[in-house]
Unconditional design. Structure first.
Length: 132
């Protein structure tokens, strides 16, 4: 049994892998490989290179396209970084929404609104609450 049985339907293969990474027990990041694209999600808007220049260089040398968030999503007072990771993992792995369209859901200015979006999604998907 997994923590997130709602994600069990996601097929992970050599062409489709996601890792949710914990940084110093304080922050969560998402790294996904889907087909020939690499997706890196840090809800506070830092790049993969800022965490691991070596990993970033290896990925660039692989020739894969790298997609990162264009701006910060999470407010300073928010503790929802893990929820952002789950949200993006599901959207990326199911490929139900393009990366560009996915990023348009969020605002670079209204960070509290962004937090509300992923929190409502989480409550709907994992707790069965209706969307409001």
């Amino acid at each position: 049994e997994t923590f997130a049985p709602e994600l069990n339907h996601l097929l992970l293969t050599k062409d489709k892998v996601c890792c949710i990474l914990n940084i110093s027990n304080r922050h969560w990041l998402l790294l996904c490989l889907v087909n020939e694209k690499v997706f890196f999600v840090d809800s506070i808007g830092k790049s993969l290179e800022s965490y691991s220049p070596i990993c970033a260089a290896l990925i660039l040398r692989s020739g894969r396209e790298v997609r990162e968030l264009p701006f910060r999503l999470q407010s300073d007072s928010s503790e929802l970084c893990s929820v952002y990771c789950l949200f993006f993992a599901r959207k990326i792995l199911t490929q139900e929404t393009s990366w560009d369209r996915l990023c348009l859901i969020f605002s670079p200015i209204q960070l509290a609104r962004n937090d509300g979006i992923v929190l409502r999604w989480f409550r709907h998907v994992f707790l069965g609450e209706s969307r409001r």
